[in-house]
Design a protein around this ligand. Structure first.
Ligand SMILES: *Cc1c(COP(=O)(O)O)cnc(C)c1O
Length: 370
């Protein structure tokens, strides 16, 4: 079976010397944990975003969890987010003891419908958690106004949107803090797990540094408030430093892939990703939509042995693990409808053109023969 979904090997083969040199640099440095590479990556990632601080952590889920904790979100608080996201967004909210409150998304671009947020605010609401899904930003201006009016914090989930912009501002610089994942498939990916939180708030920065290091602050071996062990690994930090220099090229590569899909599939009746007003899209996932999604995927498998992904087939509020939250089926109609109609085409910057052509030819034939 051909999955075509994702493969890091083409990129590794073209960057092998640099990646191996990064590993060697760390091994020779004499410091394997929280050393020079983490410090330098944090400075460079903060500077790329024009913010004061970046704190490297162990993965994107903990970037969200520690971000929430550092913003003062905890047990009994409510966090407004979407169900149309990767489950880790909601797992992270749950892990700090807070309650996720879902709003529906916009049908055109799958992003948080900010018009629905105010009605979801209660006296327990502490934080807004917009997810910049698939590679483009949520409309942040209305959220900022609401947060200011109601005294709420904003944590951006940037796990899918490195380098995306909204009205000229880069993802992660429009809230109080922003959480990133550097999972290998992400727009900026390590060779294993990694994450980071950026902020310009000195108190949030100090909280994050304490939280990722057992809760220790100034004096090692002394804990005031217990935290976690959530450090970014030194090897991944050094690899990420090298890859950060190529981030804009990776994004350009993703846009080339997207352009070829538009040229090859734009006239087939398949709904291609819409660019929301003011946004530049970085195409972390290339999500298309068709009411006969299941027939299309079955035919692709049967006729071409091509198996494609769905991001995501089950909205988070319908998962057994979140049944206790009490969200009935039907409570988020747009999210639920999209989950039945979307599927993803292979998308990564080093996707070989001939593989992409194969996918385009197959999808074109299947969709136009329905
Ligand atoms: C990948 C992802 C995460 C979790 O990141 P990990 O590094 O896998 O823990 C969180 N939110 C979204 C939207 C993601 O896509």
């Amino acid at each position: 079976m051909t999955t075509f979904v994702w493969d890091y090997l083409p990129e590794y083969r073209s960057e092998r010397e640099d990646i191996l040199d990064a590993v060697e640099t760390v091994f020779e440095s004499g410091q394997l944990v929280l050393g020079k590479s983490v410090r330098q990556f944090e400075e460079e990632f903060a500077s790329y975003h024009g913010v004061d601080h970046c704190v490297g952590v162990d993965n994107g889920t903990n970037a969200i969890a520690l971000g929430l904790e550092a913003l003062g979100v905890g047990r009994g608080d409510e966090v407004i987010t979407v169900s149309n996201t990767a489950a880790p967004t909601v797992v992270a909210i749950d892990s700090v003891g807070a309650t996720p409150v879902f709003v529906d998304v916009r049908e055109e671009d799958f992003l948080m419908d900010t018009d629905l947020v105010e009605a979801a605010i209660t006296p327990r609401t502490k934080c807004l958690l917009p997810v910049h899904l698939y590679g483009q930003c949520v409309d942040m201006e209305p959220l900022r106004r609401l947060a200011d009016r109601h005294g709420l914090r904003i944590l951006e989930d940037c796990a899918q949107s490195h380098a995306a912009t909204h009205h000229g501002r880069i993802a992660g610089t429009m809230g109080d803090a922003a959480a990133f994942s550097f999972y290998p498939t992400k727009v900026l990916g390590a060779y294993g797990d990694g994450g980071g939180v950026i902020t310009s708030d000195p108190e949030v920065n100090a909280n994050l540094r304490r939280l990722r290091y057992y809760g220790m602050e100034k004096v090692y071996y002394v804990v005031d408030t217990p935290g976690h062990n959530s450090r970014l690994d030194e090897v991944h930090a050094e690899i990420l430093r090298r890859k950060l220099r190529r981030l804009d090229d990776y994004v350009a590569g993703r846009r080339d892939v997207a352009r070829r899909y538009e040229e090859g599939l734009g006239d087939t009746g398949l709904l291609l990703p819409a660019n929301a007003e003011g946004n530049t899209h970085v195409f972390y996932v290339y999500v298309v939509r068709h009411p006969r999604r299941d027939d299309i995927l079955a035919a692709l498998k049967e006729r071409y042995d091509i198996s494609l992904n769905i991001s995501y087939p089950w909205p988070v509020h319908t998962m057994t693990g979140f049944a206790h939250l009490g969200w009935e089926k039907g409570s988020l109609p747009v999210t639920e409808k999209l989950a039945d109609e979307i599927f993803s085409l292979p998308m990564y910057p080093s996707l070989p053109v001939e593989l992409q052509e194969k996918v385009i030819t197959a999808v074109r034939e299947v969709v136009t023969s329905l």
